[in-house]
Design a protein around this ligand. Structure first.
Ligand SMILES: [Mn+2]
Length: 597
């Protein structure tokens, strides 16, 4: 599903400068001095449908995380370390100043840089209740936040269509729990009485609760919509015109209505419950106007959704077997084919073609990253016709990709080489691999968080004053978002790891202008057997990903005996799991790839 996006808006034929002129005219009309443009849509999706890509439209930046502030005469755009090289290539710096969002958030930037009275406009659908309230308290007195219509929409006249498709039901035999059981659980956790309504504006939570999926979000099988959970049923609200005056019953306890009914149905509730961090500010305003009782809660679904039940884990395991077969076909093709026929795009196309052979594969879980040589240093590089690089024998090739299978979601990174590697390439690859092994074989006392595990994946790099500018791992859904919270292995994540959670382990090393190496497996958390002496509960990871590492890049003499044993048994397990499903020629390739080191 790789789309080579055209950064020029051909339909309206406007340059970035012309768009900024139009927007600034509107800002004047609405009497604001600045306008906030976040990346997210009204559902706070990470990957947004083209219809919602306002940040891209006004700045040219295509990354999945960003935020711009447009002033009367200047503008500033923020993103994180993953996109620091990409943003310089995509965004014209004579119009936009570029800032690192981790070092300086947009609001602290405003506090530091604005020294006069200004009014900053924002779209109340795109900023959460918590964000607006916090910022109103922390911003300097002379900076006023003012709700306005989305001004980009006022000037972006030829938008791509919203393209909403009919959702589909996912059988309970794949989800492990039916929607009635899930609704009951939410009712109990939130103490919902008849007449109370819990508002959810997050598609991932809605789809989990109702065992339903859709086609509205690129790379994630989700349906866009808001929902109200009541005592014994859920009502979903979609902007799809078909449901106007024509609500449907999706399941016995799941209704689907048109979006305009959302606020009128809220008015009928005795009490509204919502999570401030993920609910758009507009909701708070509407509740206040209607004078309804409200209560702030944390969304119980995010944790329930993160802890996979045995059926969901079984599905994820199955999807990783299917993906392992696709990857073994891809890597063996890469090794076989003549080098002059290889460029970055050909890898992307071939891998997708191979994955598509599996009937339960829907589409890629994100745009494949295929990066040769120096392009590998651009952490979230996405190849375009312009950047496409021919592959040479000496290049390290970083391929980060994943699939959405009906059974589960995958995400895997391997770094490959065609020719004979240099000793520096082998050294760095092995250091990254040691980080992955260290976490993969770790056992830890129950209760630890991702923040506490993160340094272990960096230990072998830190020893040589090397590091990477991204988290070590993220939570992963089951036939849902490839990035799914609340768990994660990062410097900031303080969610205790619990059995059933799926995470990635993906350390890397990047040398700008030279190379990029990343290795990524998905794992899930499970209980480790108790020791009889202390009887303390310990946890460990079980690896899901079944893809051999690049043997040519492993410097065995740098590995301890334990690390060698880990790799050997990992490879042995791949062969055991995949060989029943593949033909003789594939078996013999895999046998070699998994041979003992
Ligand atoms: Mn990943």
């Amino acid at each position: 599903m790789l789309t080579h996006k055209n950064h020029k808006d051909s339909s309206q034929n406007l340059s970035i400068n012309e768009k900024l002129v139009l927007l600034r005219k509107k800002m004047k009309e609405f009497k604001i001095d600045a306008f906030l443009v976040p990346h997210n849509d009204i559902y706070f999706n990470e990957i947004t449908a083209p219809y919602f890509n306002r940040l891209e439209w006004i700045t040219g930046f295509t990354g999945s995380a960003g935020f711009a502030i447009i002033f009367e005469r200047s503008a500033v755009i923020f993103t994180d370390g993953r996109y620091s090289i990409q943003i310089q290539k995509e965004v014209n710096q004579s119009y936009f100043k570029i800032e690192n969002i981790i070092k300086n958030s947009p609001f602290s930037w405003l506090n530091e840089n604005i020294k006069k009275n200004i009014t900053v406009g924002f779209d109340p659908w795109l900023h959460s209740v918590k964000e607006v309230e916090t910022q109103r308290n922390t911003l300097e007195k002379f900076i006023t936040l003012k709700e306005v219509k989305n001004l980009i929409d006022q000037v972006w006249l030829v938008k791509p269509s919203e393209n909403l498709a009919k959702p589909f039901l996912r059988p309970s035999k794949l989800s492990g729990k039916n929607s009635s059981e899930k609704i009951k659980k939410i009712r109990e956790q939130l103490n919902l009485n008849i007449g109370d309504g819990f508002v959810i504006t997050c598609p991932d939570s809605i789809c989990w609760l109702t065992n339903m999926r859709g086609y509205d979000v690129p790379n994630s099988p989700l349906m866009n919509g808001y929902a109200i959970v009541q005592y014994d049923h859920v009502c979903i609200y979609s902007t799809k015109e078909t449901y106007r005056d024509n609500p449907i019953e999706l399941r016995k306890n799941v209704r689907l209505k048109y979006f305009s009914d959302f606020f009128s149905d809220i008015k009928k509730l005795t009490k509204v419950l919502f999570e401030p961090a993920t609910t758009p500010f507009i909701l708070k305003k509407k509740i206040a106007i209607a004078g309804i009782k409200s209560e702030r809660v944390s969304n119980p679904i995010s944790l329930l959704n993160a802890i996979k039940n045995p059926t969901e884990l079984k599905g994820s395991i199955r999807s990783h077997e299917k993906d392992g077969i696709a990857l073994l076909r891809f890597i063996s093709w890469f090794k076989r084919i003549k080098i002059n026929q290889l460029d970055e795009i050909s890898l992307v196309t071939k891998l997708e073609k191979i994955r598509k052979l599996e009937p339960s594969f829907y589409y890629n879980s994100f745009d494949t990253i295929s990066a040769a040589g120096s392009n590998g240093a651009i952490t979230h590089y996405r190849v375009s016709l312009k950047s496409n690089k021919q592959i040479t024998n000496s290049d390290l090739i970083l391929v980060d990709s994943g699939g959405q299978y009906l059974e589960g979601t995958t995400d895997v990174t391997r770094t490959l080489i065609k020719g004979k590697p240099l000793s520096e390439q082998k050294f760095l690859y092995t250091k990254v691999l040691q980080g992955l092994i260290c976490l993969s074989k770790l056992r830890w006392p129950a209760g630890l968080t991702g923040k506490e595990l993160d340094p272990l994946a960096r230990y072998h790099l830190w020893e040589y004053s090397l590091d990477y500018d991204h988290g070590t791992g993220h939570g992963v859904g089951v036939f849902s978002n490839v990035h799914q919270g609340p768990q994660g292995i990062t410097k900031l994540n303080i969610v205790p790891l619990k059995p059933g959670m799926i995470l990635s382990i993906e350390p890397g090393i990047y040398l700008e202008g030279k190379l990029g190496i990343r290795l990524e497996n998905l794992v899930y958390v499970k209980k480790h057997k108790k020791d009889t002496r202390q009887k303390k509960e310990f946890l460990e990871f079980e690896t899901l990903t079944l893809v051999p590492f690049e043997k040519n890049l492993i410097e065995s003499k740098l590995l301890s005996k334990d690390e060698l044993n880990w790799i050997n048994s990992y490879h042995q397990n791949i062969y055991k799991k995949l060989s029943p499903f593949i033909v003789a020629s594939e078996k013999s390739w895999l046998r070699k790839a998994c041979k003992k080191l």
